[in-house]
Design a protein around this ligand. Structure first.
Ligand code: ZN
Length: 269
């Protein structure tokens, strides 16, 4: 078996767009990780025909009383790594600590349940429920009254406010789309507007964030977002890798922001 190569954000995003249900499965199975890593873990399992399931490092499996089967390749997740540049700066020999920087790297350190042996049971994963008011407060974004005169406009974002039309066809999709514009830095705020990005790219980025959030939370509107994104890159426009990475990061932030401490599992009990 050859060593698997590292995932690419743009390819993971295409997988998530092309396969309805993949985002929800990744969100429910690998909830402890960032959304990008959830999808990376699931895509690696599917690509290598490994049954997706609980995931942990070798050490954690051993602590749980299970061992990793011989010959299994670890699953790579993207994680922060603190590094010190190898070329020392000549003029600042005393500020060594300040030279270290944090970068994100793919590290093959995780195994899913199917790659392990043992009798020890794995506790079920608890998925918190998501709440709009909690998300808005945590993101520092306010919802204001919709005042746009055009009846076709579904919603808009301005600085750190959003407005959703009372006539919006898919209010949840519009909510995530407008939150995404703010999180992605598309909205003018003290000169941070991403005027470097073309309009069709910013719209596709916001719609991709909406798709990820809608599918993760099983809310209506994902099919419309999916069609929009497919028509965007279907016209021969590849998804730039930095865009895909920004999309995963923004969706993850929005999803985390709305999580209630009390989980669905506990509430059902
Ligand atoms: Zn938009």
């Amino acid at each position: 078996m050859t060593k698997p190569s590292n995932p690419r954000w743009s390819e993971l995003l295409i997988e998530a767009v092309e396969q309805p249900g993949l985002i929800l499965e990744a969100y429910s199975r690998f909830h402890g990780f960032s959304l990008g890593n959830q999808i990376a873990a699931l895509c690696q399992c599917l690509g290598r025909k490994i049954q997706p399931g609980p995931i942990a490092t070798l050490r954690k499996w051993n602590e749980l009383g299970r061992s990793v089967k011989a010959g299994q390749h670890a699953i790579s997740l993207c994680m922060p790594v603190t590094v010190t540049p190898t070329t020392p700066r000549k003029s600042t020999p005393t500020c060594k600590d300040d030279d270290s920087i944090t970068i994100f790297m793919w590290k093959p350190r995780w195994f899913v349940l199917a790659q392990t042996d043992g009798d020890a049971e794995v506790p079920p994963l608890e998925i918190p429920s998501w709440d709009k008011a909690t998300a808005l407060e945590s993101l520092g974004i306010q919802e204001v009254a919709f005042t746009h005169p055009d009846g076709n406009v579904q919603g808009y974002a301005e600085r750190r406010t959003i407005a959703i039309s009372p006539l919006a066809q898919l209010p949840a999709k519009t909510l995530f789309h407008e939150l995404a514009h703010i999180q992605l830095g598309h909205v003018a705020e003290r000169g941070t507007d991403r005027t470097d990005l073309p309009k069709n790219l910013t719209e596709a980025e916001a719609e991709a964030v909406a798709l990820l959030c809608l599918e993760a939370l099983s809310l209506p509107g994902a099919e419309y977002a999916r069609g929009y994104i497919q028509s965007w890159y279907g016209r021969g426009t590849p998804i730039p890798d930095p865009s895909a990475q920004r999309i995963f990061k923004a969706a993850n932030r929005i999803l985390r922001a709305g999580e209630l401490k009390e989980s669905r599992h506990e509430r059902a009990a």
